[in-house]
Design a protein around this ligand. Sequence first.
Ligand code: FMN
Length: 424
Amino acid sequence: MQRLTNKRILLGVTGSIAAYKSAELIRRLRDEGAEVQVIMTRGAEAFITALTLQAVSGHPVHLHLMDTEAEAGMGHIELARWADAILIAPTSADFMARLAQGRADDLLTAVCLAGDVPLALAPAMNNRMWRDRATQDNAKKLVGRGILLFGPDSGDQACGETGPGRMREVDLLVNDLVDMFDVGSLAGKTVLITAGPTREPIDPVRFISNHSSGKMGYAIAEAAVEAGARVILVSGPTALPVPDRVELVNVETANQMLDAVQSHMPVDLFIATAAVADYRPVQVSENKIKKQDNIMALALEKNPDILAETKAQFPGVFTIGFAAETNDLETYARNKLMNKGVEMIAANWVGSAAGENDGTFGSDNNALQLFWQDGEIELPMASKSKLARSLLAHIVPHFEDYQAKGLPKANNVVNLKDPGKPIA
Ligand SMILES: Cc1cc2nc3c(=O)[nH]c(=O)nc-3n(C[C@H](O)[C@H](O)[C@H](O)COP(=O)(O)O)c2cc1C
């Protein structure tokens, strides 16, 4: 399980012989799902190259404070804002002294001062440097300000002596960092969410679509990120901003949505909120259709059932469908639960049945009824972001039960769009 999914770690590297371990530390943090950006001090550059840390972090390394180009892009304030936590490993004695004094005369000290996120230091130095009164006073001062010290540990040192001052082992540092964060209920899980309407073209300028705004699906995507999941959002056309840390896949038609969903399968959880058009025009005119008779007929054919087809092909994926109904909500929701073979259905009223403070398309509020095989619960009217969090809080225990029971094996995988054709 990846324990740092979605987390942004700013790693400071200072001038200690232990700087060679920073490359391995970055790799381990990325293995845990974290995104890592690196700031090096001038001292650090004498021990390891920026090129190495750039290659392992996948980002350009930040080096200087007085850099016109960098300050025009991701400058020191932006870097401080970007991070969820700052870890300085190794931290030299000199850097501790500068930080204790509150200096900001290089990039790393400036970012530490400007940052409003947890800051942890992994000191690495000769044991006499560590034991010295000056270093001990600095350490106390820093801890008194809420800065965390990871280590140092005791043991053999590069200088040939033995004692306290060794940088903590990389695996232990990663564990320390994980402990700094609340591990969310979906940490390490991948969640795929569909949202918005689909557009089915009639000709180059016209299409069939619906009033779905995508707000509910986008709110669930945000809530899932908050809960620690890797989130893939397959979205029809909406006017919404891309939620932070979400992998957005834009689609237009139902067929494109089906392809995008299935190309990311299997995932742990599939939440299908999109309002997919049931039908599409049989023929899409190459040219704009001209006005002719008083009545014009448009032949339509059925679109794929993304929810049912995906569940049939990937039965091990815990799947939640959405139903928007104007009448007989419970009957339709329960039928959908059975017919599509999914684990849960979240249903809501739309149209005049939704009442005044309604949850119809485009509204910022909604209410849901959540159904599963042997139960149901009502989630009362709330903002869509609050409702999304409450929805996930109810889904997660069912999902955990489902995983604990062991996942059904994937069926003989059949391409339901074209049963004769194997899945690529
Ligand atoms: C070979 C060598 C090894 C060093 N190792 C350490 C060390 O492990 N810890 C430390 O605090 N300083 C060490 N220093 C001293 C620092 O590099 C020096 O104090 C430097 O100014 C730190 O700069 P910085 O904190 O801006 O990176 C070492 C110096 C040399 C020449």
